[in-house]
Design a protein around this ligand. Structure first.
Ligand code: ADP
Ligand code: MG
Length: 398
């Protein structure tokens, strides 16, 4: 079990907290278009301040590639955070240097300081040990709440943890609890719902879940290659020719274990991906040569919805169709609504699945919506994330 920020006496101490404030902006402006990542970190910051710690925050924003880039400074984020905390937030255009040290030293209990975009320094992505050590010298304890960056071994996500007592923040703890729960002790039956664009993105997660989950349901673009492998004609649908054999073997392996794979039996097709083009729902044996599969069909959606809602837990990664373009969002909407109102433990992978659930206004009704896209997928593949691995173990566990 990983040590959390509750296993440390923070009174009068300085906490270096790695957050993920890599928020989106309205194009060409300094207006934050979605501040959920900032809001998600507030409980950890409030907790630390309440315990008498001063808080030194560090995040990346965008890809400045080791150089200062004025448009990727954190001014708008500092301002928004200050509103959310209802407290002053200091900001130094420095991370490992003298300005940061001076500002950190003079912070009072409950004070909050933001370092500049950590990727302005090349030592960050290089995980340079000296850079990590100088970051560590700012504080007495390290808290990682940046799950979305935990699959990267960078100085502020991994290196620094070797120099300080290293703990999970509240958001990180929630991610580990729910995603880890799916792999280690799920409420059964456990179903996995996989969609999204490509089979190639899901090879390893398929490998991890077959033999572990009690059922696997496939939708999205990846269903095309599976259907082709089963002998269906899929017209102009997304096809990964080189993975047809993999899909055949996966179906065989699934049949030999206790993880039956369910494929769509009807699909929504169109000739183009455009809003409100003519569409039809057809059986998988009736896909015309010029048509593309762009969503699961209504029969499949209803059947997935009903069967998933009856599970003990469901882990979902990848939308059921081209959810960005109506009406191809319908299959995603129907299963999302069923999961939202079910009693199952519902764990939503990050990325576009989280985006579609948020867009439907259903995020609060899920047990957990991951804040990490790539990180949640790697976690579910069974990989050890460097940013999690580097945190201290609670003594007597591992
Ligand atoms: P994530 O971002 O969660 O990792 P992916 O990137 O794997 O998910 O998949 C999301 C993308 O899959 C979406 O942009 C969606 O439009 C696309 N997609 C879903 N179904 C289909 C389909 N039938 N054909 C083509 N693209 C699809
Ligand atoms: Mg994606």
């Amino acid at each position: 079990m990983k040590r959390t920020l509750r296993d440390f006496d923070w009174q009068g101490k300085r906490a270096l907290v790695r957050v993920d404030f890599n928020v989106p902006f309205e194009r060409g402006t300094t207006r934050i278009s979605d501040d959920v990542r900032i809001r998600e970190a507030v409980p950890t910051i409030d907790y630390l301040r309440g315990q008498g710690a001063s808080v030194i925050l560090c995040t990346h924003l965008g890809r400045p590639d080791g150089k200062r880039s004025p448009e990727l400074e954190l001014g708008p984020i500092v301002e928004r955070l200050s509103e959310l905390l209802d407290a002053a937030v200091g900001y130094v255009h420095d991370a490992p240097g003298d300005d940061a040290k001076a500002a950190a030293r003079t912070l009072n209990a409950g004070g909050v300081l933001m370092l500049d975009n950590i990727r302005f320094w090349p030592g960050e992505e290089a995980n340079d040990p000296e850079f990590a050590a100088s970051l560590a010298s700012l504080a007495d304890g390290y808290v990682n709440d940046a799950f979305g960056t935990a699959h990267r071994a960078h100085a502020s996500t991994e290196g620094v943890a070797h120099h300080l007592p290293a703990m999970a923040g509240l958001l990180m703890e929630k991610e580990i609890t729910f995603l880890g729960g799916v792999l280690e002790n799920p409420t059964r039956p456990l179903a996995a719902l996989l969609g999204g664009a490509k089979v190639s993105d899901k090879l390893q997660v398929l490998g991890r879940l077959i033999g572990h989950a009690d059922g696997l349901f496939v939708g999205g673009g990846m269903a095309g290659t599976f259907l082709k492998a089963q002998g269906y004609e899929i017209g102009a649908s997304l096809l990964e020719e080189n993975l047809i054999d993999f899909c055949t073997e996966t179906m065989e392996r699934a049949a030999a274990t206790s993880t039956p794979i369910t494929l769509p039996d009807d699909v929504v097709i169109a000739e183009r991906i455009e809003p409100n083009v003519p569409t039809s729902a057809v059986s998988i044996s009736d896909i015309p040569a010029d048509a593309m599969i762009l969503d699961i069909g209504p029969r499949t959606a209803a059947s997935y919805a009903e069967r998933l809602a009856a599970m003990g837990s469901v882990v979902w990664n990848g939308p059921m169709g081209v959810f960005e373009v109506p009406p191809f969002h319908e299959g995603t909407r129907i299963v999302a609504e069923a999961l939202a109102s079910s009693n199952a433990v519902t764990v939503i992978g990050g990325g576009s699945t989280a985006e579609s659930v948020a867009h439907l206004g259903l995020a609060k009704q899920m047990s957990h919506v991951s804040t990490g896209g790539g990180a949640s997928l790697e976690f579910l593949e069974g990989k050890e994330l460097p940013g999690v691995a580097a945190l201290d173990e609670v003594q007597g566990t591992h």
